[in-house]
Design a protein around this ligand. Structure first.
Ligand code: ASP
Ligand code: MG
Length: 404
């Protein structure tokens, strides 16, 4: 028996005509595949609009109520898609996260899935129905509705595919797949036929927006092959799968950029044990994710500590880092949101020396100054001036011949 989970993102169900189009595609799939489960996002900009409404009422709306609000978006699209399938003569039923038993922790607005029951999904599939599941939402063991963080429908889909032992999870979206760079920045960017979970995780973490990171982790942990493809045509997209199953092993797979981070420097920090622990402990306490960290060499027993955070968290950081800076007798805190993070990703860099040197030289040749560097075994990231960001991506894409 074949079973596929298909996820349609917000732009794919942006209006009634697009929903009818999705219904036609699902009917076509149902001819080939025994069991089809569909996960939908909210229509178009619905979630953004709901966030906007809440913001007009409160700067800090209760997170429980945010989830009550945001979870409505997906319920609209699931019901409309069920109606569209019914209209085409395909038996279908829509279900909320609660009905499917997508159990999460209590972390409102960014809950994590703990367990998926899915018994009812299986029963409905056995009746020959297409089951449509609201993305992005779950329920706590107390019956409270939660959401899984922005872009969370991807995670609903992949987690459901894992729970149902699906053959694969198809992520239908408004782009043709995963590219070697953002095609809006690099018009010659090439669609990748396949990419490993690890590379995709690094890409998602460094600015590629096609998949929510957590969905890729699910795919990797449960070995669910993911197929990112266009909802507007039949062409093959990009397969995300385990490195062992990748046919053509490229040294470098992609260049990504992220314009949503800022650089923070705590200046003139006394160089003695415990200060970094105190600073980053306080940031963690405030729920701020820190990305790159650099500590300079110490001069006259003082040092500078720089790090990057999401620009959305900058106000929180101003307060937290400011307090610590004062408490430990540092000279002050500089906040800089005029930066870009540019990353080179490729599993092959583990076994090919000189990739980092090539990256730095390429940027130097274009007179682009590198302000911070961080690496993982399959990634090198540099922070540069925001105004140099697009040029940095283009020149690296060129240098590493990624369009071929
Ligand atoms: N509707 C939610 C959002 O916009 C979830 C999703 O689209 O994946 O973030
Ligand atoms: Mg999305």
């Amino acid at each position: 028996m074949s079973l596929v989970v298909q996820k349609f993102g917000g732009t794919s169900v942006g209006d009634v005509d697009k929903i009818k189009n999705v219904a036609r595609r699902v009917v076509e799939s149902k001819k080939r595949i025994d069991h089809v489960v569909v996960v939908v996002s909210a229509l178009g900009d619905t979630t953004d609009n709901l966030v906007g409404l809440a913001a007009q009422i409160s700067k800090t709306p209760p997170e429980r109520e945010m989830d009550m609000l945001l979870s409505t978006g997906e319920q609209v699209s699931m019901a409309l898609l069920a109606m569209a399938l019914d209209e085409l003569g395909q038996d279908a039923i829509s279900m909320t996260g609660q009905q499917v038993e997508i159990l999460t922790d209590t972390g409102h607005t960014k809950a994590k899935i703990r367990h998926i029951g899915a018994d009812r999904v299986v029963q409905e599939l056995r009746k020959g129905r297409v089951v449509i599941v609201a993305g992005f939402q779950g329920v706590t063991s107390e019956g409270e509705i939660t959401t899984l963080g922005r872009g969370g429908s991807d995670t609903t889909a992949v987690a459901l595919a894992a729970a149902l032992h699906a053959d694969c999870c198809e992520i239908y979206t408004d782009v043709d797949g995963v590219f070697t760079a953002d095609p809006r920045v690099v018009p010659q960017a090439r669609k990748l036929d396949e990419v490993s979970y690890m590379e995709m995780l690094e890409m998602a973490a460094t600015g590629a927006r096609v998949l929510q990171s957590r969905s890729v982790e699910y795919g990797r942990n449960y070995s669910v092959p993911l197929h990112v493809r266009s909802s507007f045509h039949e062409g093959e997209g990009t397969w995300v799968k385990s490195e062992d199953d990748i046919m053509e092993k490229a040294i470098i797979s992609a260049v990504t950029h992220d314009f949503s981070e800022s650089k923070v420097t705590v200046v003139g920090v006394p160089d003695r044990p415990g200060i970094a622990a105190r600073l980053f402990g306080a940031l963690a306490e405030a729920n701020v994710n820190v990305d790159m960290i650099i500590q300079n060499v110490s001069e006259r027993a003082r040092t500078d500590i720089s790090f990057t955070v999401a620009t959305d968290d900058l106000e929180k950081v101003r307060k937290v880092a400011g307090d610590i800076s004062e408490a430990v007798g540092a000279e002050g805190v500089n906040l800089d949101d005029d930066v870009a993070k540019i990353s080179l990703i490729g599993a092959g860099m583990r076994s090919h020396p000189g990739i980092a040197a090539g990256m730095f030289q390429t940027l130097a040749d274009k007179d682009i100054n590198i302000e911070m560097i961080s690496t993982s075994p399959i990634k090198i990231s540099c922070v540069v001036r925001r105004s140099d960001g697009a040029r940095a991506v283009q020149t690296l894409h060129d240098y590493f011949n990624l369009s071929e």
